[in-house]
Design a binder for this molecule. Structure first.
Ligand code: SAH
Length: 438
């Protein structure tokens, strides 16, 4: 190998020979991975993300690799490596735990002019894999630790955390590149409950289009010149119509902007995200959806209520209670051990609980209303179908709130260890529970 490359690779590391970083388009290309252990599994995960057609050569493989092989995502030759296994490959990884085999793979690759990475020895390896840190919108930071994987990992982790808080200038500077829209689920309001992908996309956005329920604190670290547009309803102000919002997204993207449409919860759960995605697609604007933590599940959790629980409820029905009839029509179709999760249900609460009793739900069924879940001022009001409307009225319950109907509400007392779940420390809930004979 040394003779073929004309270089002493060991000298390359020690004598400061510069290596050339490259980003390879591996889609549909054959990549050989020799070895079937932990290191090979990690490489295979990266290769499948990159769209390669990996071939694994190893007598035994980890369960994860076996699954990839069973799914047809990778091809697996279940035997030891032999000369010829690299045929047709563009790239090879020597990832066995036998240094001699790895060296042989590298030597064969060298003879065939295939780039090879020796995962067991930086000094023996013609090519090094980089640690990849995706920054969103196609931006990637690749890190090399100069042959010291621990050093590379520490550096990559530092880059990741800087990306996560928006401390790195990952926004575009070149004018004239095409724009696009990212429909990002912001979660229930706590800025830590947005996904990593969503957070990184915020850091690359030129324009952020928000509404009332989106996690506003997540914007604190945006650069000053990012355009932030609030399309949500605020008291005394007109909200934009859905059509105006769709037009806004399309126009900004057509002007070449990276647009993040930041929505509360998950964009495809009662949030009209589907309509926005369709409007972009119809206008020929590329649009990508980034899911989020929906309030339907996470807001009950913040109050110590699991929407399902073994032996209590095996299913839940999430339904819009924007109108009582709409909610009741659906609720009647499920059995009474199905948890009901009502969104947009504060105004219609009296009509909904009356209708549930009328349609045969046990009047003693516990009900919880969780306001402002995962946000400052989170508060839970608890009662049963007969008295929750009065209790909500007395407490002055307001939107946004999630209403949970079902026996799972009773688990709250046991699950709500201080600080264990959410920030539900408000005495109203405790008072309501204490005054409750159940
Ligand atoms: N796409 C959102 C739901 C939008 S509908 C999601 O997946 O969560 C708006 C309703 O969501 C509100 O009326 C309320 O019922 C609920 N909601 C959203 N965020 C909430 C929060 N932080 N606390 C309580 N309810 C919330």
């Amino acid at each position: 190998m040394t003779a073929a490359s004309g270089l002493d690779p060991a000298a390359g590391v020690t004598a400061g020979v510069e290596r050339l970083p490259l980003f390879l388009d591996l889609r549909q290309r054959r990549v050989a991975v020799v070895g079937g252990g932990r290191v090979a599994a990690r490489k295979l995960a990266e290769l499948t993300v990159a769209g390669a057609r990996p071939l694994v050569v190893a007598p035994t493989v980890t369960p994860a690799i076996a699954e990839l092989a069973a799914a047809g995502v990778v091809e697996w030759k279940s035997r030891r490596y032999t000369r010829g296994d690299l045929e047709g490959a563009w790239l090879a990884f020597a990832a066995t735990d036998e240094p001699a085999v790895n060296r042989q793979v590298v030597a064969d690759a060298e003879a065939d002019r295939v780039w090879a990475v020796d995962c067991s020895s930086a000094t023996e390896s013609p090519a090094w894999g980089a640690l990849r840190v995706p920054a969103g919108d196609g931006v990637t930071v690749a890190v090399s630790g100069g042959g010291d994987p621990g050093r590379g990992k520490a550096l990559a982790a530092a880059v990741e955390s800087m990306l996560d808080v928006g401390e790195l200038p990952s926004r575009r500077v070149r004018e004239g590149s095409p724009g696009r829209v990212y429909l990002v689920g912001g979660g229930p309001g706590d800025p830590e409950l947005i996904t990593v992908r969503g957070r990184r996309l915020l850091a690359v956005a030129d324009v952020v289009v928000m509404d009332r329920l989106a996690p506003w604190p997540a914007l604190a670290t945006l650069a000053a010149d990012v355009e932030v547009i609030d399309v949500g309803k605020a008291p005394g102000r007109h909200a934009m119509s859905q059509e105006q919002i769709n037009d806004l997204l399309v126009h900004r993207a057509r002007a070449g902007k990276v647009v993040v449409r930041l929505k509360g919860g998950d964009p495809f759960v009662l949030g009209r995200g589907g309509e926005e995605a369709l409007a972009c697609a119809a206008a020929g604007v590329p649009v990508t959806v980034v899911p989020g933590v929906t309030s339907a599940v996470s807001v009950p959790a913040a109050a110590g209520i699991p929407v399902t629980h073994r032996g209590v409820a095996a299913s839940f029905l999430m339904v819009s209670a924007h109108t009582a009839d709409e909610a009741l029509a659906r609720a009647r179709q499920v059995s009474s051990d199905t948890t009901l999760v009502l969104l947009m249900g504060v105004k219609t609460l009296p009509a909904v609980v009356a209708g549930l009793i009328d349609s045969g739900r046990d009047p003693a069924t516990p009900v919880a209303i969780v306001e402002r879940g995962w946000q400052p001022g989170q508060r839970t009001t608890v009662g049963d179908l007969t008295d929750i409307a009065a209790r909500a009225d007395a407490a002055g319950v307001q939107s946004p709130a999630v209403v949970v109907v079902g026996d799972v509400v009773g688990l709250r007392a046991r699950l709500l260890a201080p600080d264990a779940v959410g920030s539900d420390r408000v005495p109203v809930a405790v008072a309501a529970m204490a005054g409750d004979p159940r």
